[in-house]
Design a binder for this molecule. Structure first.
Ligand code: SF4
Length: 166
């Protein structure tokens, strides 16, 4: 059976981002994977029960998702509320869905405090990013899911071809 890919729902056109928008990725690979039935869509933050729209949130103090999972970091929204528990719950929902569908791969929007896999915002709400990953990306990786950023879709395509041959 074809390898399954967990994909950020907002990449697939679902208007689930904090500001009520989507971030649709129109790409031939993604369209083909959808036709092949490989795509499992999820928004971790919506899965955790957060509303859309919702306040913007960032991992505080230049930390990353792994620190949040280990209880050494927090996710704060721009009203000053601590939303760590919801972000951890969203990551757990994403992992459960990935495992239920045997997703070996994930394609997630970079920069998000949940879905970021290369970079995240630094917690200052001033638009500055640093290298790091969000809470969902960190938990998926801990459990062996190979996470690719949306900017790495060609690398995922190559990886899928290699996994099919092996
Ligand atoms: Fe998109 Fe992930 Fe943010 Fe949900 S949590 S809106 S899927 S980037």
């Amino acid at each position: 059976h074809p390898a399954k890919i967990l994909v950020s729902a907002c990449l697939l056109g679902q208007p689930v981002r904090y500001d009520g928008s989507a971030k649709t990725l129109a790409h031939t690979h993604l369209e083909r994977w959808q036709k092949e039935g490989r795509i499992i869509a999820l928004c971790p933050e919506r899965a955790a029960g957060l509303p859309t729209p919702r306040p913007a949130a960032e991992i505080a103090d230049r930390e990353n998702g792994l620190a949040v999972l280990e209880g050494k970091g927090r996710v704060m929204d721009n009203t000053g509320a601590d939303v760590t528990a919801a972000f951890v719950a969203g990551a757990q929902a994403a992992l459960a869905l990935a495992q239920a569908n045997q997703c070996q791969f994930a394609l997630l929007i970079d920069g998000s405090p949940s879905c970021g896999s290369l970079s995240v915002y630094d917690g200052s709400f001033t638009g500055h990013k640093h290298a790091g990953e969000g809470v969902t990306a960190a938990l998926l990786r801990q459990h062996g899911v190979e996470v690719f950023a949306h900017t790495e879709i060609d690398a995922l395509h190559t990886r899928l071809q290699a996994s099919t041959l092996s």
